[in-house]
Write a protein that binds this ligand. Sequence first.
Ligand code: NAD
Length: 535
Amino acid sequence: MASDPKIPPFEADSLDKIAQYAADARATFASQKTKDIEWRLVQLRKLYWGITDYTPHLIAALKQDIGKPSLEALVGEVSYTIGDLQHIMKKLKTWAKDDTNLDFPLTYAPLRPRIRKEPLGAVLIIGAYNYPFMLSMCPLIGAISAGCTAILKPSESSPATAMVLKEIVGKYLDPNAFRVVNGAIPETQALLNEKWGKIMYTGNSNVARIISKKAAETLTPVTLELGGRNPAFVSKASNLPLAARRLLWGKSHNAGQVCMSQNYVCVQREVVDEFIKCLNAACKDFFPQGAKNSPDYGRIVNERTFDRIKGMLDKTNGKIVMGGETDRSNLYIAPTVVLVDSIGDPMMVDESFGPIWSIYPVDDVTEAIRVMNEVDPTPLSLMTFGSKAENEKVLSNVTSGGASMNDSYMHGCVYTLPFGGVGESGTGAYHGRASFDCFTHRRTVVATPGWMDKLLRVRYAPYLQSELKQYLWMHSQKPDFDRNGKKITGVGYWIWMLFGLGGPTVKSALLRWLAVLAAGYAYQTQFHRLSKFLA
Ligand code: NAD
């Protein structure tokens, strides 16, 4: 067991070797060995031990990269990933089975239609810096479970974790099937020049556009896990201290560098002052000596990102009502709340992806919904703290990748649930079953028995009108709705069903007729017994 958390300095892979690495991944996939479920399970089990053995390295690397407190590293990265991995290992055999629970007309039953789950091929996974372990490893687990080979390109902005990932993958997984390639833009571009079965990218939407364009050249499918300006709503009906505590957690965990955390909160005007008081009280509770002195508060990943976040605070026309301290020398930005009065304020326009966020006062839930749809109509997450009716209204009128009611991004904390964006915040999902599906092609398969040729005569030339009629009779579905699109109901329904060979399919109509005939037959044959009994 590796117990000395020594992390090698970051080293980019040689650009010259990237084409060969991709060719190796494709060749291993073509060898068919990854299709064996037991082989996949062995890889996943080895990975489990790799993550377990390297947990001290991961904790140290995450501290080094982003100042992540140990508890956050363990809970948000290592144990979350292990939870996902264990769930996938447990369910893999079931998920990988052919799917025969399909919808098809009874006439096609002899074809025994099924869906085979097939791996998409050699895939490319590009990770981001804020959860540099989990955001890279969970997609890789999905790819392994689906039977793909993979190259993982972690974020160069979290270089220590990238090197630990390289060690884990290199030491515990089949090197012909899985590899970590480290590097920045040139290495990523070299990888993008290769042909992949799928590209999965986590990061910002500008790079996502570059990747999508490149993928489009070879019609490569993509899964994009992006960000957005996530809204929250707090109404006067909410438990204000609880809402404050939960939303503050969302923006202080990982120093707010969480793609799902709120960018702004629409707070009902009459409780704005009280909510701000609650936030300040919660912040004092979390960090009694101040966040800067707390071992439980992380740092901004690098100076470029620090300058970007600080720039939002410099440019805002709003009023800082909590926090506000910054220190570039140790990449510290306090959990900070800015009260704004315009949706054009930089605090509303830009994604903070840091520990700063704004409060925008609204009259009611209707105004909150209007603001949310104007600021970003397809955010990654949505949080609402209101009455049941208000929460339902927000949920129905504002879309998002995922949503939590009465909490910050709790929907993203359950590692077995699908996680993904919508519109500008991404496409596709992963974690749990969704990770397996993400790298799987659902291949429809039928097997037509020889004896069916008699029934299939209709498809062969010379075409015969008589057979066509028979075919149409077998396959036509009588509509159970009229020409105005209304469902047929009441007496009309029964007339339609009994006399019009009604029902959604010919089969159901025939079954009904059979039932009617059987009842008639039983009545006729058993009538004398019944009358004797009654007499
Ligand atoms: P980042 O700087 O770590 O970049 C992400 C990846 O893109 C890296 O691997 C990097 O090498 C690669 N990259 C950068 N420029 C590239 C280029 N020109 N061509 C090809 N590849 C390139 O992270 P980031 O993009 O700054 O991440 C922040 C954004 O990601 C935010 O918008 C955040 O909301 C979003 N995010 C989303 C999720 C999610 O799961 N939906 C998770 C984390 C972050």
